[in-house]
Design a protein around this ligand. Structure first.
Ligand SMILES: Nc1ncnc2c1ncn2[C@@H]1O[C@H](COP(=O)(O)OP(=O)(O)OP(=O)(O)O)[C@@H](O)[C@H]1O
Length: 260
């Protein structure tokens, strides 16, 4: 589904990715974990050839058998095969466009679907991702929706092309724990129904361990560890992974002798 092989990238002599190799199979959820600035987002973006100005890139990327390093082939990949959910929904939705128009944009402008049909498809997807009062929502602007609702909107928009591969970049990090759990359950359900491969990017090792089949750990532009999700927290093989695991703050146990 996704194969990234020895991906290296530098911008103005600053090396950002150093020989990154990542695989995601059909129906698999694969975590990409690491501290801020380790290169997780850059890896996902580079996989879809979303590159910063002046980037020099080498290595191989294939998505569903298409060579995603080829600028023509990657257009088809982005059009029909792969979708990305970006970190902050408010940063990707135009604040002065109605939610319905933004969410239907890809179907209308990329797929040439008539507006009324695209709107209908988006309404159905809004229901599928658990949004209510859909007709009203379609006419709203981003500032009128909560973070959790906006995250569902961008998930619906990403799913509108029925992707085979979903790149979810900190898709739930900005949400409160209850909404995060709901959105994760939603992604899991949709993934199973559609047999999608998911690259799940997070800085949260505990979340990745619980949610992903396999986890890659990144540090300073390199993959430094790779294990099954349920093993990485219990038995980190690399010192860096252990440090990440140890860095998870644990709340002190409540003193049972203290009464409210
Ligand atoms: N357009 C760019 N030009 C130059 N350097 C960049 C550019 N984009 C990212 N970088 C650098 O690449 C490195 C990796 O950034 P990236 O955003 O991929 O990390 P990340 O692991 O996703 O971090 P975070 O969790 O904070 O999003 C950082 O050092 C960042 O400063």
């Amino acid at each position: 589904m996704l194969s990234i092989e020895n991906l290296t990238m530098s911008v103005r002599d600053h090396q950002i990715l150093r020989g990154v190799s990542v695989e995601v199979a059909e129906g698999e959820t694969v975590g990409l974990v690491g501290e801020s600035g380790s290169g997780k987002s850059t890896t996902a973006r580079a996989a879809l050839r979303i590159l910063p100005d002046g980037a020099e890139v080498s290595g191989n990327v294939t998505v569903c058998g298409h060579d995603a390093t080829n600028s023509v082939a990657v257009r088809e990949v982005r059009r029909t095969l792969a979708a990305m959910i970006f970190q902050e929904p408010r940063s990707v939705l135009n604040p002065v466009r109605r939610i319905g128009d933004s969410a239907a944009e890809r179907l209308v402008y990329v797929h040439g679907m008539p507006k009324s049909e695209a709107r209908q498809r988006i309404s159905e997807l809004f229901v599928e991702v658990g949004l209510k009062d859909v007709d009203r929502l379609l006419r709203c602007y981003p500032h009128q929706l909560s973070g959790g609702m906006l995250q569902r909107v961008v998930i619906a928009a990403a799913l509108s092309i029925t992707p085979r591969l979903l790149l979810a970049d900190e898709a739930t990090s900005a949400l409160d724990v209850t909404t995060q759990a709901e959105v994760l359950a939603l992604l899991r359900r949709l993934q199973r129904e559609r047999e999608m491969g998911v690259l799940f990017i997070t800085h949260d090792l505990r979340l990745a361990a619980a949610y992903c089949d396999r986890v890659y750990v990144m540090k300073e532009g390199s993959i430094v560890d790779h294990q099954k999700g349920d093993a990485i927290f219990v038995n980190p093989t690399q010192q860096y992974t252990k440090a990440l695991a140890d860095a998870v703050p644990l709340l002190p146990e409540r003193d049972s002798t203290v009464r409210a």
